[in-house]
Ligand binder design. Sequence first.
Ligand SMILES: Cc1cc2nc3c(=O)[nH]c(=O)nc-3n(C[C@H](O)[C@H](O)[C@H](O)COP(=O)(O)OP(=O)(O)OC[C@H]3O[C@@H](n4cnc5c(N)ncnc54)[C@H](O)[C@@H]3O)c2cc1C
Length: 361
Amino acid sequence: MTAYRQVVVGAGIAGLGTALYGAARGPVLLLVPRAFGPRVPERIDAVPLAAIATLIDLGIDPRNFSDLVRHSQRLAAWSSKEPVGISGREVVHVRRAALEAALLARVVRLPAVTVAPAPADRRELRALAATWSARGVTLVDASGRAAVLAARRDVLRGAWHARVMQQRTSAGQEFSAPRLAAHEGGYAYRLGCAGLITVGLVSFRCTASAVVPCWRRLRREHPFLFEGLDAQDERPIRGYPAGLQSAQHAGSLAVGDAGLARDALASQGIAAALSEAAYAAAVETAAERRLYALRMVEQRRAHARSLHLALADAWPSSLPAWCEYRGEVGRLLTDSAEPPVRVALREGRVRPLAAPAATGS
Ligand SMILES: Cc1cc2nc3c(=O)[nH]c(=O)nc-3n(C[C@H](O)[C@H](O)[C@H](O)COP(=O)(O)OP(=O)(O)OC[C@H]3O[C@@H](n4cnc5c(N)ncnc54)[C@H](O)[C@@H]3O)c2cc1C
């Protein structure tokens, strides 16, 4: 029987990234959902340029999932109702399902990684996890917002929900730059790659029946989000939870959304999942496990701080739906300080792994 060094639950970007980094250190068991296959429909996500560099280091060719057009400007109706150009960090847009497929294709070629279906029953999975843990195997929860190994999950009461629409288009690159607009019940964004535009409507407690009227209103109030798109083909096609969620883990490490699902506004989820994968794969001892958990506390506080500022800056920020969510985010900032984390980070005691050689198979 293989003596696994790490067992990773979940095969999104966080789980695939952890398996990829961890394989350089020893055998990894990657547990995937039973109905595992390519994710449809495709979605466009914004990713900082630095995360693309990480993927290249991991041996992934970004041309498989991005046209690599760099955007440092976005058009935003955020602090005022009128859209203005804003400069920010450079991002590229990726086709999300294609990125996961490229990571998976790399992972399955690694002899150190065994891919197996996870037990469908959560209690069975947790019991199995406890037996691995007792044998000294490091457990990594990469199951996204499901956070299947968490001791506790905190979903903010004001958490927001996203409905995403995609449209094939022949429009050129001038239509692909990021666009963002605050609206009374939340915010909406638009991202694009060659031939595909995504518009996401992120709403406070959005019921299914409220979505279509909200789209219509958005089209009237913020036509710049819909430029070049066909109004006939504009039904939102998929819903996702998009607000801040955090989870506490006792006997396992959490990577990606399983530990901290960032608000979609931040466009940080993919970069953070890759970075946390590199840190989690390096963990060997109980002391490192504790430091990793403390690092996550810092991450949560940093995200809450920047999100709180961004929400306060939006023109509808004094409306009740916005106040409720911002209040919940603000409460995360009052957590007691965690001095050990600062010390650990300053001394560099939790170090991420360097990317494994791209040519390894
Ligand atoms: C609308 C929206 C827009 C976003 N836009 C951006 C963006 O522009 N840029 C960006 O960087 N981020 C964005 N994000 C965030 C980003 O999508 C997430 O942070 C990222 O997907 C997290 O990856 P993950 O691997 O942690 O989780 P997931 O992608 O959720 O993967 C978790 C995996 O675990 C599996 N799983 C669940 N339960 C089990 C189980 N019991 N056993 C085995 N497997 C299980 C799931 O099936 C899945 O494969 C956005 C999120 C939303 C909702």
